[in-house]
Design a protein around this ligand. Structure first.
Ligand SMILES: Nc1ncnc2c1ncn2[C@@H]1O[C@H](COP(=O)(O)OP(=O)(O)OP(=O)(O)O)[C@@H](O)[C@H]1O
Ligand SMILES: [Mg+2]
Length: 498
């Protein structure tokens, strides 16, 4: 096998030799010119041979079979297994584009865009176009840089490259040392909503799909070792819907429990009530909200104190995930209802301070207890979202906002230095947001949309996975609210029943 492969490689190298190496009389006498000519038109030669063989063997029937069988086989394949069919078709098309569209023009474009480098002999070198792949957004050219070049050289020439390739935009992304990807953007993948009629269950919390990137591919997040997430955006920008679509996948996992506090006080989250370990849509009764927050806080303390002794590890994420030790997602929608004390009377203010203090503790210490706090707000300023909370939230999502200050309040100072900002997001593009990717760079994504009826159907389907937090060691919620002695409740947390 190996010798055969080597032999073929030698033949291929010989055939690909530049013409000037074997020319003139030598070429004429050895018949080399003919071999080269046949090689050059190898596809045509092969096709002609197949047609001739079919005709000579089966006559006209052979030709008809040749015209009918391949398309029929392709259609059947596509019907039976569309993924593998699509994969092969994409590869063939990408290869065709590489050879006949991009490679043919590559050197000229590199020179025109000033991305070539002079070589000692007076010649010049160009970056190598290694391969082409097809993405929903357009073609992606994978390029190996010349020594001394960096992706920044391409970023500077992005406009020139877009004009040279005849596309509205070219995006440049480093893809490894010495490599860069040019994404020839032919359409804005984020322009159209992505509506899901069902959501696959999340099986791996280290790879949770949450939105679609500008290349049309899903983005995932690693929720292990994360304590908190903050999301902000103007009313109607898609915060609740984004959170809903993610929750629909997570609640199908038995090792996930949800706690939802809806500060809007409406029905946005009522779909999850049958599956949520705790659900509260109170925007005025802050005692009820405090009771739930205290309960989660108690669970956190219980886990932090007993986890090592009982399960052998101090960090929740080093232990196997199972339904008896679930990750707890705490969603607080419109969190400013509870944290922004302007206009509150004194008693309510005290409750608000207690809620904020507990949320702040969850954000700071919840990571190693497997508690992930997710705060959504229309008002991402420091009076609505205390900096102690915001700065400890490692995942941030900014849907449409109006001012640079609001964008910075959610995403941090990085947004001032980036071309990508949530201030640009058009009003009609609800569900589009700016997030930081794994490399820390900002990017635009679109959250999928799951309407509340679909969400409710999913929640009902998996309602038997719901557990009370008290089953895992959280203190019970007291009904006779005595004015919220929060110190007492959390202090007793570690002793309550497991
Ligand atoms: N990803 C999306 N794709 C398509 N449409 C969306 C998407 N997200 C939201 N929408 C549309 O926008 C509407 C408002 O979204 P949503 O309720 O999530 O906004 P919000 O930011 O939570 O607003 P508020 O702050 O008022 O609660 C939805 O009812 C839906 O019609
Ligand atoms: Mg909302």
């Amino acid at each position: 096998m190996v010798t055969m492969a080597n032999f073929l490689r030698v033949v291929k190298t010989l055939l690909a030799l530049p013409r000037k190496r074997v020319n003139g009389a030598a070429s004429l006498l050895t018949g080399w010119w003919m071999v080269r000519l046949l090689w050059r038109f190898r596809v045509l030669v092969a096709a002609t041979l197949v047609v001739l063989v079919a005709y000579s063997t089966w006559g006209w029937v052979g030709l008809v079979l040749l015209a009918v069988v391949p398309p029929l086989a392709s259609l059947t394949w596509r019907a039976v297994h569309p993924q593998s069919h699509g994969w092969l078709m994409n590869r063939l098309l990408a290869r065709h584009r590489l050879r006949h569209v991009y490679r043919a023009r590559w050197d000229a474009v590199m020179v025109a865009c000033n991305l070539h480098r002079p070589l000692p002999g007076g010649d010049y070198g160009t970056p190598q176009l290694v391969t082409v792949s097809l993405a929903p957004v357009g073609d992606v050219l994978h390029v190996r840089l010349l020594d001394g070049q960096a992706p920044a050289d391409f970023i500077r020439q992005a406009d020139e490259l877009a004009h040279a390739f005849g596309v509205p935009d070219v995006r440049i992304a480093p893809s490894g040392p010495g490599r860069v990807e040019l994404v020839l953007v032919e359409r804005d993948v984020l322009a159209e909503p992505v509506t899901l009629t069902d959501v696959p269950p999340v099986t791996d919390l280290r790879r949770v799909r949450f939105a679609i990137g500008e290349d049309g591919r899903w983005r995932t997040r690693d929720y292990a070792n994360i304590a908190a997430e903050v999301g902000g955006g103007v009313p109607g920008s898609g915060k609740t819907a984004g959170e809903t679509s993610m929750a629909c996948g997570l609640i199908q996992n038995a090792a996930v429990q949800y706690v939802v506090i809806d500060g809007k006080g409406g029905e946005d989250w009522s779909w999850i009530s049958g599956r949520a370990a705790a659900y509260c849509a109170e925007d005025e009764d802050l005692e009820a909200v405090l009771a739930i927050v205290e309960q989660v806080h108690g669970l956190m303390r219980h886990r932090l104190k007993t986890q090592k002794g009982e399960r052998g590890e101090a960090n929740f994420w080093n232990l196997p995930l199972d339904a008896h030790h679930p990750v707890v997602f705490v969603v607080v929608d419109e969190v400013q209802t509870f944290t922004d004390t302007k206009g509150m009377d004194n008693d309510t203010k005290q409750l608000a301070f207690q809620i904020t203090a507990r949320l702040s503790a969850l954000v700071k210490k919840g990571r190693s207890a497997g508690i992930i706090t997710r705060l959504l707000t229309q008002k991402p300023t420091s009076d609505a979202l205390p900096t102690a909370i915001r700065d400890n939230a490692s995942v941030r999502t900014a849907w449409r906002v109006i001012t640079d200050d609001a964008a910075e309040a959610i995403l941090g100072p990085v947004v001032r230095r980036s071309d990508i900002t949530p201030v640009d997001i058009p009003e009609e593009m609800r569900g589009v947001a700016v997030v930081a990717n794994a490399a820390g760079r900002l990017e635009r994504v679109r959250f999928p949309y799951v309407d509340e009826h679909t969400a409710e159907r999913i929640a009902t389907r998996v309602a038997d996975l719901r557990r009370e937090l008290t089953e895992f060691g959280a203190p019970g919620v007291k009904d006779d609210s005595e004015g919220g002695s929060s110190e007492g409740a959390s202090g007793e947390a570690s002793e309550v029943r497991a």
